[in-house]
Design a protein around this ligand. Structure first.
Ligand SMILES: C[S@@+](CC[C@H](N)C(=O)[O-])C[C@H]1O[C@@H](n2cnc3c(N)ncnc32)[C@H](O)[C@@H]1O
Length: 278
């Protein structure tokens, strides 16, 4: 798909699913794990003592990550940007359904990850810049590289860059498990181009960052959702399978006790980069 068709896809989901989580994901369980991973990454960084964190999410959809992070970091100033105006409208609706006074601390703007430095309403830099399944919507590796560079430029000197983006490598690992059980490999959606892990790290490190960690927070969840449940279920992925929700509960309660404990099978790990050595 080209960029216009990808944008139409997201516009269509925004118009169909409006302020619901379904506008950006089919999986409420993965959303809970993503938010938890972002929160833990900030708390595990030298920024954990900063009560006035300045945060930017690019590709924010209808705002679930930003709204949740504001609950975890009540002093933060958060900006969400998305290139689909209808997503931004629904993010603003979700915000207004919560405490109206939060509008001073959280705003949603229309903008493109490829043109962040031209955006008149964005600050020069932020303590935390993050994406969650945004760059995979850029249709070429060159555009993904440009997007990464744009994001890097928005991180301040002591800041961190957090990227939750689907990887060809971890997706491949997951597919090998499926094939071991006699199932076909799953393909990426036509509006996604999964990223190459080595290229992602090389590009970000070339901008003066250091990779601190890769959090494979969804491995157990994804092995169940995409391998074992389909194996027991005639090949069907079942987003509501009780075992998937039980695994999510376990991971939310005990992730810190099992770092890297379930391998690298989650298709969208979290890459944690810092500007400076930590
Ligand atoms: C899978 S959704 C994820 C939304 C949100 N990050 C979340 O985790 O709930 C991807 C979002 O990225 C947005 N997006 C895709 N390409 C973009 C671009 N070039 N610039 C800004 N946003 C983009 C889409 O409109 C969509 O809302």
């Amino acid at each position: 798909m080209d960029r216009k068709a990808i944008q139409s896809h997201w516009q269509n989901w925004a118009e169909t699913y409006r302020d619901s989580l379904r506008a950006t994901t089919k999986t409420s369980s993965i959303k809970a794990l993503e938010i938890d991973a972002l929160r833990r990454a900030i708390l595990g960084s030298p920024l954990h003592n900063n009560e006035n964190l300045k945060v930017l999410e690019v590709g924010c959809g209808n705002g679930y990550n930003c709204l949740s992070l504001l609950q975890s970091f009540p002093g933060a100033d958060i900006t969400g940007v998305d290139f689909v105006p209808e997503m931004v409208d629904h993010a603003r609706e979700n915000l207004s359904q919560q405490d109206k006074s939060l509008g001073n601390q959280l705003r949603f703007l229309v903008g493109d990850v490829l043109q962040l430095d031209e955006h008149p309403e964005l600050a020069a830099s932020y303590d935390v810049v993050f994406t969650d399944r945004c760059l995979i919507n850029l249709p070429t590796q060159e555009m993904q590289e440009q997007g990464l560079i744009q994001l890097c430029r928005k991180v301040n000197q002591d800041g961190i860059l957090l990227l939750i983006e689907n990887q060809t490598q971890t997706h491949g690992n997951q597919n090998r498990l499926r094939e071991a059980l006699g199932m076909d490999a799953r393909k990426a959606a036509e509006f996604n181009l999964f990223m190459d892990q080595a290229k992602l790290i090389k590009t970000v490190e070339s901008q003066g960052f250091k990779l601190q960690d890769i959090d494979h927070f969804a491995s157990l969840h994804d092995i169940l959702l995409y391998v074992l449940v389909p194996f027991m279920n005639g090949g069907q992925v079942d987003y509501d399978a009780p075992i998937v929700h039980a695994a999510t509960e376990l991971l939310l309660k005990a992730q810190q006790d099992t770092p890297h404990g379930f391998g690298d099978y989650g298709q969208n790990p979290l890459f944690i980069f810092s500007r400076t050595e930590q």
